[in-house]
Design a protein around this ligand. Structure first.
Ligand code: DGJ
Length: 703
């Protein structure tokens, strides 16, 4: 029996959601946007966009709302997909209960015939981010299988007519794609046991008329299924529905006994533009996601051995590398792949997590001691979820890897198989090994890699990964962890709630990074985005870039070096050391402030800027040869219009472009300009030549 509709609102600082709730019927979101004035007539608001029935529509037009079902004639994907004996089972879920509690809306739907109950909780947290948490419970029914549950089903406000997705590949993460929402909608799913490089778990919807954006994310490190379905035939209420869920293989739950299942949380944010959207996601990451973010010290400058030495490891070579690193101002020395078992190349020994006596006859101790003497701390690479067929672990436990029962072949990728983390004995082995390494060696940081897709995939794998990480973090709470998956193959708020940084891409080419970092920083704050100065020529793209350009670009992130200083010229080392010193001076701002995406008429100019407590640092970089001699001034953002700022260009300056500065001394001493002048007219920087980057410093003057 359905009752009358009631309207409730949830308010954040600048955002309001209005829900239409019909006990015994459906629950719908009828407004999502800028904060409404107090006292808004919510029934009138819903009436203003309600439509009458039209031809060729069910007699009672269905409302897919927050829990789409097929029962009343809506033709899209239902929020819950159930099967019995392989046959789809349709639900008849009706809103049974709702209440507003501590600023959140709790909702319960029931389907008595299936003994099924669905709960959702919509809350607004840090950064005005909307979090949706849900649970599905069921009394025992041995035959019923829950294949997939949407973490989020959102009727998309009609003004968001374009969808921006992110797709990519290894070393080429996060390419923006843009398309119209109607008529074809959007569909992206992963089936490799992780979000992967075609990141459909991060999404932006845009109103192209105003630039207003809606960001959505599924906080889950396994497979996902993201879709926007348009109601072009008018079988529902005409609105597109966005659904995000863990994909079937990950979410499947058998209801053999009374069971509760928790789909991963989904998050949403709405903002007037993309800078504001980034700031909302960053505020959420900083306050609600990253583990104990408030207690983090400054993000130390890394040197990672991978691009410097690869598998050519020896205590002597590493000690020499550590000494060179320290002389540049590096603060953390990270020993990458190749230190364990018989791992002298990438075909062998994953799983044998014992320090190699061949490479380190005296263990890791002497190297770590030297690293400490040099004033750095020590980090270590691991890839715990994998096993090489050529390893002692595999020889002892051939049944510990993911495989198809009875299959004669176990296909590898990068010469490796994946362990089945749903097995408690596998997690116990890994916990014991990693725990012993951390107890026996002074390791401050783990780079946790994951270089194979999971095929076949298996329910319980992602939960097993989380359980393993959680157990280690509980035993070693001070150890920082980086999540890497051949670069950015597994980046989401599920893993980030257990980590301190991510590796956005194996591609350190600064020109590529000028696309990759702005794309990731649309959602993630700079302090978690590993950003390294790579070698020149770059091992992946082959491109040669000047140190000045590479170093400036790497400052916008968690800075590090992934190259051998011994192969740099004295001048390059000096330039790098100067930028490391600048980074140390500015990381407090870069890692706490508000990020602004700077617009410029030349598409080859990328600008980013961070403001924090009256100080700001901007990076402006030109990648191509400009069609004009004098590039348009760069307009800054995020300043107080009436405040006055001293603007300087910190040295070192780009070697070629410096000659085009009209009055170099003026830029050393600083020009004083108002926020309005800087944001309206901007600064004319020499940006004619390809591969030129400038840093701009702004300091607010006392009134
Ligand atoms: C893939 C990572 O993304 C690289 O940075 C490096 O750690 C290699 N694995 C080591 O095998």
């Amino acid at each position: 029996m359905s009752g009358s509709r009631e309207f409730v609102r949830l308010d954040g600082g600048a955002v309001t959601l209005v829900f239409a709730l019909e006990t015994g019927g459906a629950a719908d979101c009828v407004y999502l946007g800028a904060r409404l004035p107090d006292g808004e007539d919510l029934a009138a608001l819903a009436a203003a966009t309600a439509r009458g029935r039209h031809e060729s529509q069910p007699d009672v037009p269905p409302v897919p709302g927050l829990l789409p079902e097929r029962k009343a004639g809506w033709s899209g994907t239902p929020a819950l997909e159930l099967r019995r004996s392989g046959i789809p089972v349709e639900t008849d879920l009706r809103l049974a209960f709702w209440r507003l509690k501590r600023g959140s809306l709790e909702l319960i739907w029931r389907d008595p015939a299936l003994a099924l109950e669905v709960e959702q909780c919509w809350g607004i947290g840090g950064g005005d981010i909307v979090c949706v948490n849900s649970a599905v419970s069921h009394a025992a029914d041995a035959g019923l299988i829950l294949e997939r549950t949407s973490s989020l089903a959102l009727p998309v406000p009609a003004r968001f007519t374009e969808v921006i997705g992110f797709s990519g590949r290894w070393a080429g993460e996060m390419h923006e794609t843009r398309r119209a929402v109607a008529p074809d909608g959007f569909a992206r799913r992963s089936a490799i046991g992780k979000p992967g490089f075609a990141d459909g778990n991060w999404l932006i919807l845009e109103d192209p008329a105003t630039g207003e954006v809606l960001g959505a994310h599924l906080a889950w490190s396994g497979d996902h299924d993201t879709r926007i379905e348009c109601d072009t035939q008018g079988l529902g209420d005409g609105r597109a529905i966005l659904q995000m869920s863990a994909a079937a293989a990950d979410g499947e739950t058998a209801f053999g006994s009374p069971t509760q299942h928790w789909p991963p949380p989904a998050i949403l944010a709405i903002a007037p533009d993309r800078s504001a959207l980034a700031q909302a996601f960053h505020a959420h990451a900083r306050t609600d996601v990253l583990p104990e973010r408030a207690t983090w010290g400054p993000r130390k400058v890394h040197l990672n051995s991978w691009e410097a030495l690869g598998f050519n490891l020896s205590e002597e070579a590493l000690t020499r590398l550590a000494e060179d690193a320290a002389s540049l101002g590096i603060e953390r020395f990270v020993l990458d792949d190749g230190w364990f078992g018989g791992r002298r190349d990438d075909r062998t020994s994953l799983g044998d997590w014992f320090v190699s006596p061949q490479v380190f006859p005296n263990g890791l101790g002497p190297l770590i001691d030297r690293v400490h003497q040099l004033g750095m701390d020590f980090g270590l690479w691991v890839e715990p979820e994998m096993v090489s067929p050529d390893s002692d672990l595999y020889r002892q436990h051939t049944d510990w890897c993911l495989h198809v029962d009875g299959a004669t072949e176990r296909p590898t990728m990068r010469g490796q198989l994946a362990l089945d983390l749903s097995l408690a004995e596998v997690r116990e082995y890994l916990t014991e090994r990693l725990d012993a390494l951390l107890r026996e060696n002074a390791i401050a940081y783990l780079k946790w890699d994951h270089n194979r897709d999971l095929f076949p995939s298996r329910p319980g794998q992602t939960e097993g990964f989380y359980a393993l990480l959680d157990a280690l973090r509980a035993a070693h709470p001070k150890v920082e962890i980086e999540s890497c998956s051949s670069g950015g193959g597994r980046i989401d708020f599920g893993v980030l709630s257990r980590c301190h940084r991510v590796w956005p891409s194996d591609n350190n080419d600064a020109i590529e990074r000028l696309r990759i970092i702005p794309a990731w920083s649309q959602f993630l704050p700079l302090e978690v985005l590993g950003s390294h100065v790579g070698p020149s020529p770059n091992p992946i793209t082959g491109r040669r870039l000047a140190m000045d350009f590479r170093a400036k670009v790497a400052m916008f992130g968690h800075m590090g070096v992934e190259a051998d200083p011994a192969r740099m010229t004295d001048k390059e080392r000096a330039t790098l050391a100067a930028h490391i010193a600048l980074y140390k001076q500015w990381r407090g701002v870069l890692h706490s402030g508000a990020l602004w995406r700077l617009a410029h008429p030349d598409p080859n100019v990328t600008g980013m800027m961070v403001t924090h407590m009256g100080r700001a640092l901007a990076l402006v970089a030109q990648t191509a040869f400009s069609p004009v001699f004098d590039a348009a001034p760069v307009r800054l953002a995020g300043l107080e219009p009436d405040a006055r700022y001293r603007v300087t260009l910190p040295e070192p300056w780009p070697p070629r472009a410096r000659h085009y500065l009209a009055a170099p001394d003026q830029w050393r001493e600083g020009l004083v300009l108002s926020g309005t002048a800087l944001m309206t007219q901007g600064l004319a920087l020499p940006l004619t030549h390809p591969e030129t980057a400038w840093l701009v410093v702004l300091e607010r003057l006392p009134q």
